[in-house]
Design a protein around this ligand. Structure first.
Ligand code: ADP
Length: 227
C-alpha cells in the first residue's frame, strides 16, 4: 500500500474546546492506484491530504505513506519525506511567474533526492502538449495550460503519490476533463498513485475508485444533522 491510515483523528483546539474535523477508522490506497475523493466544502478533505503529505500531525492514529510511518517524525524529517515522495497539485497552480515554464518544472525537483533532470522535464512538458512553450512565462499561457505545467512539475521528481486538491477548480468543464485525463494518463505512465479531491461530479465520475468523504469521515457524520 502507498497509503495506510488507521484510527486517524485530527482535532483543532479552540481554547479548552476540541473541534474534531477528521475521524477515519481505516483507509488504504495501493501503489499506482487512482482515487477521487468527493465531499462538501469543510468536510475535512484538505485536512486528510495534509496528513498524508506530512504537513499536519494527526492528534492520534496511524499514517504510513510510501513506506514511511509518519507518526513520530519531526518537522524536518517530514519535510524530507514530502520532498522525496509526494507532489501536490492545487487549484491555483502556484507557478512562479518570474521563471519560464521549463524552470518551473525543474523547480519541482529542487528539494528531492532526484537531481533536477532537464531531459525528463522537457519530456514531461512534451507529454502534456507544451513542447513549444518551454521558454514562455506562465502568465502567457492559458489557465488550462498552466495546470498542465503543474502536472509536469509534480511528476518531474518521480513521486510515489500525487495529491491533487481541486485541480480543476479554475477550469471550465471542457478543460477540466482534458486536464484530468492527462493527469491520470501521466500518473499511470510514471507508476505514480493519485488521490484527487473534487466536488465536481464530471471529474469524479471518470474514476473507477471513488470515496464519498461524508461516509469515510465519521467526524462529519457525527457533527452532521445538528442545527
Ligand atoms: P475541505 O477540504 O473538505 O473543504 P478542510 O479540511 O479544509 O475541509 O476543513 C475541515 C474543517 O476543519 C473545517 O471546518 C475547517 O474550518 C476546519 N479547520 C481547518 N483548519 C483549521 C485550523 N487550523 N483551526 C481550526 N479549524 C480548522
Amino acid at each position: 500500500m502507498i497509503v495506510t491510515l488507521r484510527d486517524l483523528v485530527v482535532e483543532y483546539r479552540n481554547g479548552g474546546e476540541a473541534l474534531r474535523v477528521l475521524d477515519v477508522p481505516t483507509w488504504e490506497l495501493a501503489e499506482g492506484e487512482q482515487v477521487a475523493i468527493s465531499g462538501p466544502s469543510g468536510s475535512g478533505k484538505s485536512t486528510l491530504l495534509n496528513v498524508i503529505a506530512g504537513l499536519l500531525v494527526p492528534t492520534r492514529g496511524t499514517a504510513v505513506v510510501c513506506g514511511q510511518d509518519l507518526i513520530g517524525l519531526g518537522e524536518a524529517e517530514r519535510d524530507r519525506f514530502r520532498a522525496a515522495h509526494i507532489a501536490y497539485i492545487f487549484q491555483t497552480f502556484n507557478l512562479l511567474q518570474g521563471y519560464t515554464v521549463l524552470e518551473n518544472v525543474l523547480l519541482g525537483a529542487v528539494f528531492s533526492p532526484e537531481r533536477p533532470d532537464r531531459a525528463r522535464a522537457i519530456a514531461l512538458l512534451e507529454r502534456v502538449g507544451l513542447r513549444q512553450r518551454l521558454t514562455h512565462t506562465p502568465a502567457r499561457l492559458s489557465i488550462g495550460e498552466q495546470q498542465r505545467v503543474a502536472i509536469a512539475r509534480a511528476l518531474v521528481k518521480k513521486p510515489g503519490l500525487i495529491l491533487a486538491d481541486e485541480p480543476t477548480g479554475s477550469l471550465d468543464p471542457r478543460h477540466a476533463g482534458e486536464v484530468v485525463r492527462l493527469l491520470r494518463e501521466a500518473c499511470r505512465e510514471n507508476g505514480c498513485a493519485l488521490a484527487l479531491v473534487s466536488h465536481e461530479a464530471g471529474v469524479v465520475s471518470a474514476f473507477e475508485k471513488k470515496v464519498d468523504f461524508l461516509a469515510l469521515n465519521r467526524a462529519v457524520s457525527a457533527a452532521g444533522g445538528g442545527p
